[in-house]
Write a protein that binds this ligand. Structure first.
Ligand code: DX5
Ligand code: ZN
Length: 215
């Protein structure tokens, strides 16, 4: 069954706790941390993580879109990240960081931007818990899904089957109820969805429908 990780970036933050209640049955809650350097936007940081720790949320799936993520990874795990995702494009010593994330008690995911080929992951795949395939250029919610890069999901699924590795495949950017089922049949395990959840008439129903998807 597919897992859904609603992206808080698309929520109405003037009603934070009500918005979170709407997605309480989701598998994860996706938190986009942006620094205005690695991506052209500045979003959530430590104060939001602290506020979330006082609310009843799904497990936190933290997506670091910041330069040199190694400086902050352990801090975000201490603040409650169950999954910590870092970008291959933003980390120099990725192998060390992945093992530090796991040692600190979180699942370690690596993300690739639309221009980054799956082949660059070859040496890191055996040690990660998951790969987050970006299907938009990161920075903003409600951008258009880039269909041409979604082929990476099939490639990763093929590698997973061939190698016997067990990493999860997640997809983030422009995912909605129209493209969700084909992403899941291609091999995606976790769908990150911002606008399609929080800007829909019924976030609860979108969560339920995605959780029912099967390969
Ligand atoms: C984009 C972020 C996404 C974004 C997804 O940079 O990483 O998580 O919030 O939002 P939607 O699903 O609206 O594209
Ligand atoms: Zn994200």
């Amino acid at each position: 069954m597919a897992m859904i990780s609603p992206s808080l970036l698309a929520a109405d933050l003037s009603h934070l706790s009500e918005e979170i209640k709407k997605v309480r049955s989701a598998d994860l809650l996706h938190i986009d941390v942006m620094d205005g350097v690695f991506v052209p936007n500045i979003t959530f940081g430590v104060p939001l993580m602290e506020a979330l720790s006082r609310l009843d949320t799904p497990p936190l799936d933290v997506h670091l879109m910041i330069d040199d993520a190694s400086r902050y990874a352990e801090e975000y795990i201490g603040l409650g990240a169950s999954i910590l995702t870092v970008h291959i494009e933003a980390v120099t010593h990725l192998h060390r960081l992945i093992s530090d994330i796991k040692d600190a008690g979180a699942e370690a995911f690596v993300s690739i931007n639309p221009h980054t080929p799956v082949s660059l992951l070859e040496e890191i795949l055996p040690v990660v818990d998951g790969v987050l395939v970006m299907t938009v250029n990161p920075g903003f919610t409600a951008q258009k899904f880039i269909a041409s890069v979604a082929g990476k999901i099939k490639k990763l699924d093929f590698i997973r089957n061939q190698s016997g590795l067990r990493f999860k495949i997640a997809v983030d950017g422009g995912v909605d109820l129209l493209n969700a089922s084909s992403l899941v049949s291609d091999g995606a395990d976790i769908l990150v969805m911002g606008a399609a959840v929080f800007r829909s008439d019924s976030p609860e129903e979108v969560v339920r429908k995605v959780k029912e998807l099967r390969r």
